[in-house]
Ligand binder design. Structure first.
Ligand code: GTP
Ligand code: MG
Length: 531
């Protein structure tokens, strides 16, 4: 007797009333097969759901002062766990390395152009400094180090406030004015002044041993006493000093610098492109504020000694470079001078640049750069100025032959050594290509932040949703000061920042990992007698 139902599907699925035994057999077999397929699909969906449930997402936050190595640690992760992507991106780092080289050369040229502070030709500022040092009365009791008055208002996270709350409810404030936190005062004769590179200036009076009146590269003889000749071997005219010849030969690097900035920094980040000299010419008033042209005849004011190029984290700048790479692919040599203007247009937008004009210019300047860097007199000047480029970030001068070759492709190590300051916060997701052992089911999300003081207030919103923090503390910074506040010792800043992170209530349940890095630099410093 037929079963009646309101379900129209029953009607459709009901076997035909005149079904033969063979037809019935076929129907039952196909229904069984359909059931098997359906069950397999259900099982697979269930397994997927369970796998998704099992998949752990770990969020890591990289913290530490500027130049502590956060972005480098991120790149290490990328190199280890997403090697294919890392390798593919290596070429994009060439522009950063080019910029690092150009800036190192600029630092040297500036250093050798300025009279040394302890010579009779020393600058008004250093003379004034010597005089004020010798005349300043020693504070009787505490000998507390001279600090600017604003220090009371700046906390370790970079917040400008007198209040101990930073506005996010986190108790991470620290006043540098507190004598219990600031490094213990030194006796007057040991107090440190810091030079333009952020290293302590141990020359504490004006009667230093160096009394060579001809104390810049403008002189007629080498620093080691030999007659001067052009570093690349060509003879010089009487009218032109070797420095002038060398500077003229290296002039194209200015254009390269402008091009690279245009490539790396979006146009609306004009402020990030201030070209500042680590060694600056003091203005007639002795003020730290001065003006200079940006290589295109335009004047810019500057307030920092050593402002760096920065990027917003994320793939933005890499995207720009990729476009540039596509435009270079035609290998048609264009006229780079047509990119003239207040700010050179990125080759990535115009395609006017040669295949890699910066690399070509660096290649053609290679001999002069090598000669400059290997000159004993230049090294002596740098030593006396306490400029230790080889211990700094983005140092490639010992590899000039290799990194300026036309077919140069950055190695993994080069990418890790390159320096590009971060501003802002960005999260990087890791779909691991390479199994990370028992954690291979884990998805890693790593958050990179800018570490300079002005950037620190942006950290707190990320504390909420983080599983672990890797805190980078470069222990080689014991004899350096912060670029953004030259009254603060770098190691001291790291310690205070670490304390602030440890004591934050928001981070009570977060795993904290402390990386003491730059041990290699520490070792070199200690071996070379720096204490
Ligand atoms: N020799 C040496 N150099 C290191 C080490 N760790 C990092 N560096 C270099 O230090 C420089 C600065 O590192 P970054 O990773 O850019 O520093 P950061 O913390 O991201 O700095 P911000 O972006 O300004 O906050 C880079 O040129 C790195 O190659 C280390 O252990 N040893
Ligand atoms: Mg960074």
């Amino acid at each position: 007797m037929p079963v009646s139902s309101d379900d129209p599907l029953d009607e459709v699925l009901r076997p035909p009333p005149d079904e033969t035994p063979e037809q019935r057999q076929i129907r039952l077999e196909s229904e069984a097969e359909a059931r098997r397929v359906s069950q397999a699909i259900d099982a697979s969906l269930k397994a997927e759901r369970q796998a998704r449930k099992k998949k752990r997402i770990v969020r890591l936050l990289l913290l530490g002062q500027s130049e502590s190595g956060k972005s480098t640690t991120l790149r290490q992760f990328q190199r280890l766990y997403t090697p294919t992507a890392f390798r593919e991106e290596r070429i994009l780092w060439r522009a950063v390395i080019q910029l690092n080289i150009v800036r190192s050369i600029r630092t040297i040229l500036e250093a050798i152009s300025q009279p040394l502070p302890n010579s009779p030709y020393s600058s008004p500022r250093s003379r004034a400094r010597s005089i004020s040092r010798s005349r300043q009365p020693v504070p009787s009791s505490t000998n507390s180090p001279p600090m600017p008055s604003h220090r009371h208002a700046v906390d370790v996270m970079g917040n400008a406030s007198n209040n101990r709350s930073n506005g996010t409810g986190i108790d991470m404030q620290f006043s540098y004015g507190s004598p219990s936190h600031y490094p213990p005062p030194l006796p007057t004769h040991q107090r440190q002044n810091y030079d333009e590179e952020g290293y302590p200036d141990y020359d504490n009076d004006s009667d230093g041993e160096y009394n060579n009146a001809d104390d810049s590269y403008h002189g007629q003889h080498n620093f080691d006493g030999s007659p001067k000749s052009h570093p690349s071997g060509s003879s010089t005219t009487l009218a032109q000093s070797p420095l002038e010849v060398l500077k003229a030969r290296l002039l194209p690097l200015r254009h390269v610098e402008a091009l690279l900035i245009a490539k790396l920094v979006p146009p609306n980040e004009e402020e990030a492109t201030h070209l500042d000299y680590p060694i600056h010419a003091p203005s007639p008033t002795g003020s730290h504020f001065s003006h200079h042209t940006n290589g295109h005849g335009r004047q810019r004011s500057r307030s920092y000694h050593n402002q760096e190029i920065f990027i917003r984290p994320g793939a933005g700048w890499k995207g720009g470079l990729s476009r540039a790479r596509v435009n270079f692919a035609g290998y048609s040599y264009g006229d780079s001078s047509s990119s003239a203007g207040p700010r050179p247009t990125s080759a990535g937008n115009t395609g006017l640049e040669t295949p890699d004009e910066p690399q070509e210019v660096l290649n053609s300047c290679r001999k002069d750069m090598v000669a400059l860097w290997n000159d004993r007199g230049v090294r002596e000047i740098l030593r006396r100025r306490k400029i230790r480029l080889e211990e700094g970030s983005g140092f490639f001068l010992d590899d000039l032959e290799r990194v300026t070759s036309l077919k140069y492709l950055p190695t993994d190590d080069d990418v890790l050594k390159a320096r590009l300051k971060t501003v802002g916060v960005s999260e990087y997701k890791f779909e691991m290509e390479v199994s990370a052992g028992r954690d291979s089911g884990t998805e890693w999300r790593i958050v990179d932040v800018g570490g300079s003081r002005s950037q620190r207030p942006t950290w707190a919103p990320f504390f909420d949703d983080v599983d672990a923090i890797i805190f980078l503390a470069p222990i080689s910074g014991f004899d350096q000061v912060l670029a953004e506040d030259r009254t603060v010792n770098r190691l001291e800043d790291s310690v205070l920042l670490w304390k602030a992170v440890c004591s934050s209530k928001l981070l009570a349940n977060v795993d904290l990992v402390l990386f003491l890095n730059k041990c290699d630099i520490l070792e070199k410093k200690l071996k070379s007698g720096i204490r």
